[in-house]
Design a binder for this molecule. Sequence first.
Ligand code: UD2
Length: 298
Amino acid sequence: MGAVSDREENGLQLGNELESWFNSRAFTDKKTVTPWGAPILWYGTYDPKERDEFYKRRNTVIGMTVFAVARYIDRFLKDFLETAEKHFMRGQRVIYYVLVDDVSRVPWVEMSPGRTMTVIRVPKYPRWQDISMMRMHHLSQLIQERVRSEVTYLFCFDVDLLFIGSFGPETLGDLVGQLQAGLYPARVKDYTYERRPESAAYIAPGRGDYYYHAALFGGRPDHVYNLTRACLAGVMKDKASGIEAVWHEESHLNRYFLEHKPTKVLSPEYCWDRTSRSYIKYPRVKWIPEEYSSVREN
Ligand code: UD2
């Protein structure tokens, strides 16, 4: 699909580009760079003013997808969108792609100038597991049909989240993964990867870098497209083999990121599970406490 990476676009190497606004030496008590040289973003690793200057010079449009199917529309969507309007890419051009099974129940949310919302109808699968996993199918279709020609970067979010702090353009990159708060830091052997070799999401013991969270991922549309296609292929292969990965599409996402390393990694501050930890200084998004019995239909 011929993407131009951040590095190629700027004519710079990753390290050089980051030196302009990313400080990899900000902390000694937490990792700021992955073993393959991608930045791990924490509050304090960048200067927001320099970051804003850096992105102002680019004509960037940021897309964001969120699915709300069945009871998730009434329970989560309004708060999610209202808090995103306060904190997600403030001052940037944003297109929200809201995927729902009932268009008539999408709440009205006032948008700031330069920000628009598009509502797309998706089917309601009978099982919540399929509602969650088949997002990979609908995402890949949406990227192919319109997102590729409409935005520069795309983020894909779960809906049972609230934005509580600035989620800004420092997070933009070719392929962006999020460290799952509950498994950071953790030993590789404790990551909850799919361990059954029959599954397409299988990761062998001893392998793995981090445990990534499927509640949020992103990148340039063509990279996100490749990710969604690969995860969907894994889900469908598993269905044909009569197996379902332990953490559904999240297991397939972890397998994908093992083989296609993210170029930018978001620390647990960017999707926080509300547990108090000394290294969480500035949470940006928090999960709403689980209410599975009241929101899931099976
Ligand atoms: C976790 C992950 C999620 C996914 C899932 C797979 C978190 C915060 N999220 O979510 O990314 O990997 O595990 O097991 O840990 N949805 C609906 N209607 C439904 C069911 C799901 O709209 O009836 C959508 C909605 O956008 C929701 C997402 O699918 O946020 C994931 O479902 P979930 O939040 O119920 O699953 P959860 O919290 O176990």
